[in-house]
Design a protein around this ligand. Structure first.
Ligand SMILES: [Zn+2]
Length: 91
């Protein structure tokens, strides 16, 4: 397993890793966070959430913040075992 990023969701290091992979999405998400005025939003759809999950996909482990709806979509796409609660120790 290649662990690509294990930074706390929405931390500066997390954004740096996301930016390296997908600058457009990184920028879009920053704007959405700014507009929401709270970090408690789903990474995908802006739905309210403070729950972080690690997604195992394509041999990469990516922490994201997901609402219940998006978590269900990820589970359908990657399987139940691929979406696990993410508890980060470091930022
Ligand atoms: Zn969502």
């Amino acid at each position: 397993m290649h662990v690509q990023e294990q930074h706390k969701v929405y931390s500066p290091n997390w954004f740096q890793a996301l930016h390296a992979r997908d600058p457009g999405f990184s920028y879009d998400l920053k704007v959405r966070l700014m507009i929401s005025r709270t970090p408690e939003i789903c990474t995908v759809c802006n739905g309210h959430s403070h729950r972080d999950y690690a997604i195992m996909a394509e041999n990469c482990l990516s922490p994201v913040r997901l609402c219940n709806g998006c978590r269900a979509i990820y589970r359908d796409a990657f399987g139940e075992h691929a979406v696990v609660p993410f508890l980060s120790g470091h930022a």
